[in-house]
Design a protein around this ligand. Sequence first.
Ligand SMILES: Nc1nc2c(ncn2[C@@H]2O[C@H](COP(=O)(O)OP(=O)(O)OP(=O)(O)O)[C@@H](O)[C@H]2O)c(=O)[nH]1
Length: 603
Amino acid sequence: MADQSQIRNFSIIAHIDHGKSTLADRILELTQTVDPRLMRAQLLDSMELERERGITIKSQAVRVYFTSRRDGETYQFHLIDTPGHVDFTYEVSRSLAACEGALLVVDASQGVEAQTLANTYLAVDAGLELIPCLNKIDLPGAEPERVAAEVAELLGEPADAIKRISGKTGEGVLEVLEELVEKVPPPEGDPDAAPRAVIFDSEFDQYRGVVAYIRVVDGTFRKGEAIRAMATGTEADIDDIGYFTPAMTSADHLTVGEVGYVITGIKDVTKLRVGDTITTKRAGAEEALPGYRDVQPVVFCGMFPIEADDYGDLRDALEKLTLNDAALHWEPETSDALGFGFRCGFLGLLHMDIVRERLEREYDLNLMCTMPSVGFEVSLTNGEELHVYNPSDMPEPARIKEIREPYVKATIITPKEYVGTIMELCQDKRGEHDGMTYLSADRVQMMYDLPLSEIVMDFFDQLKSRTRGYASLDYEVTGMKASNLVRLDVLLAGDVVDALSMLVHKDKAYGVGRTLTEKLREKIPRQQYDVPIQAAIGSHIVARETVKAFRKDVTAKCYGGDISRKRKLLEKQKEGKRRMKQVGRVEVPQEAFLAVLELGDAK
Ligand SMILES: Nc1nc2c(ncn2[C@@H]2O[C@H](COP(=O)(O)OP(=O)(O)OP(=O)(O)O)[C@@H](O)[C@H]2O)c(=O)[nH]1
């Protein structure tokens, strides 16, 4: 049991792929937290999807013990590995609120990137002690001098004080642990005050109910004790309390400054909410700790089961996923084209993609997802105000006084040779320039106000392809702005397909209509008759293409008798079909609903 002065709580923060999880692995290894036989790469990324994609989606909090060579004392660290992607910034800010320090990891072969900046600002705002380190110095392409200068400029610290490490080889990592002991202050709370802990994350376990991740701020919580959640008023007994090693390890109690978990058998996540303060029922605290602001979804899409019978299963699956993912919102939706489904709200495209994949994998559902879109505010001529999360719900133009769409402040970091092409791209995407600074002789930070809808479409892909992957992007939704938007509808064989409607800027409507119909023509398979595809604004047709009649015979190529190969191809064709949905008389594949993401340079 460590004394309060021997506790150090810190997060590891970085731009995506700069090596947080790998560094966390080395820390677990060097402190002998994990049995070497059980060690594997990116140990803390326990979700199957995280391992496959090599990204961190959910924060993890681990307790490790470190004996300092400087003073011979053993310290108790709580290390929180955080996600790097912009969609999960809210996870980072919650984790930071449970810490006194942050280890800022910067890839020495890349430099300061957009999420390096964003996460640094979050940590500084939270009042944390920052320990910067340059990672991947083992790489031949590492440029520690240049990158140290960039980090020094960002933090206003001398460049030679910045640690150089390799999460891969372990070089310099022990030194960083010593720095953490020395520089990160121990937690402050009062051990004798009424107990208070903040719930900074939670997880739902099918058998044990809600597992609340807590950081104790004052006093001590003991197993068996009755607790009360202050905002919701929920009361329950502590069935189990403990910490992560990274497996859940039971303890007698958690005391001031410690990070761990509490299980009460409560099955309803809304009763033990992230951000709430827990205290003891007897002699509890009066005043709650500051909570977190609620996260609001910014990207929406419709999710429909391919088999109508799966509707109930999809609802169950969404209910279960929401238990683990407070940022996921959904409500029932009916589409003329796709039937009964749900309109779901996400934090961004990666979040949407992950939810879809988890629904399909973990719940064995076959889904059809519509084009992602942002949420709009609409003022009607009769004075009414509406929120519109589905383009097909947009009222008739004659009833609309004004449409407002979400805008973001985007930060782009790039080598300077790409400044011109990025300016062009941002202008094309209706961006307004908001300043530019040099991070070093070669790297530039550009700021733009941009409509979120442009980012949702294909801004990121375009940015990456125009800069050969060298530019990085971070953004933050700043508010709503009035825009001249119109609803563009798509008609297949003469019928409007509500699930394909979208809102576009008036000046771009023709170009988008043209490109969209072309893309749809490529994606919709030939049927037994001609299928006209039209794009329309109101009753005005702005573009038209035709899918010519022809039944695709995939076996035509296999001349001769190889029947098994033929059967295989037919099977494959059948499988491909499962992702089709009958829309009126036309079979539409999933890709068609995502054609909007490939609009590219449509003007
Ligand atoms: N050569 C070298 N490669 C490293 C080092 N640290 C990490 N890597 C590699 O860099 C890649 C990204 O590392 P991760 O640890 O997954 O990065 P991360 O920051 O946790 O990424 P996210 O969780 O997606 O934000 C992996 O392929 C690692 O093997 C290092 O010190 N040296």
